[in-house]
Design a protein around this ligand. Structure first.
Ligand code: UDP
Length: 235
């Protein structure tokens, strides 16, 4: 079993059945799943996206300055981080938000050492604000944080069951890979994460498991070694 993980949650999934913002039912489901694995003794760092609230690139398409738009996106991830920490605390799971950019008292500013110290004390750390820099995504933020906190694996929770030959929501003939190398992702042009994130994981040998986080119970299954998603690894 993995000792320490970095869990990436997409902001978009937090919308649940809604068109925008946070669905409290989905948030509570996520919190339950996360508590289940915390109870197994695993150390957990979480990076959460902000696409349910604001994306810099979409904003730029509507006339926003890109850097300000990305800063709005980073703030959106912080809103989600606070929501998740609140949902975890509500069910008795200690969690704290560490922010990439100093915004105390919303959270303490992130450092590797602080994150590890809290995880070792049994608290979940939610790492808000992505990398803290514009022009990056939270996938890259989670790859970076995963490497920094010396996670054994990055678990990328999505709304599909893993990596497919094509987008399964658009192409019914698409088939799922049980495992795939980083290089195959480039060669086949698969859209798993942005290339910056994939490359960071490859260069630093951080394996990734892509799985469907929207099915309650799946996170425990992944942690128990069940092959329900796609493993990305170095040959
Ligand atoms: N963002 C950023 N730097 C980072 C991480 C995120 O500027 O290191 C901004 C960017 O504008 C992005 C938004 O935050 O569009 C939300 O993150 P993301 O799109 O990755 O969220 P997700 O798609 O996972 O919901």
């Amino acid at each position: 079993m993995y000792k320490r993980i970095l869990l990436k949650l997409s902001g978009e999934s937090l919308m649940g059945a809604k068109q925008y913002g946070i669905d409290e039912v989905r948030l509570a489901e996520y919190a339950q799943q996360i508590k289940q694995i915390a109870d197994m003794g695993v150390q957990i760092g979480i990076v959460i996206g902000g696409g349910n609230i604001f994306r810099g690139l979409t904003g730029a398409g509507k006339g926003f300055d890109r850097v300000k738009g990305d800063q709005m996106g980073m703030l959106a991830t912080t809103i989600n981080a606070l929501g998740l920490s609140s949902a975890l605390t509500a069910i008795g799971q200690k969690a704290r938000v560490l922010t990439a950019i100093n915004m105390f008292p919303i959270g303490e500013q992130y450092s590797k050492w602080k994150a590890i110290e809290w995880m070792e004390k049994g608290e979940i750390v939610i790492l808000a604000g992505g990398t803290g820099c514009p022009y990056f995504t939270t996938d890259t933020g989670s790859a970076l944080r995963g490497i920094e906190i010396e996670a054994d694996v990055m678990l990328k929770g999505t709304r599909v069951d893993g990596i497919y030959t094509a987008d399964p929501e658009k192409d019914p003939t698409a088939t799922k890979f049980d495992k795939i190398t980083y290089d195959e992702i480039y060669q086949k042009g698969l859209k798993v994460m942005d290339l910056t994130a994939t490359t960071l994981c490859r260069d630093n040998k951080l394996p990734i498991i892509v799985f469907n986080m929207d099915k309650p119970g799946n996170l425990v299954k992944v942690m128990s070694g069940e092959n329900i998603g796609t493993l990305v690894y170095e040959k």
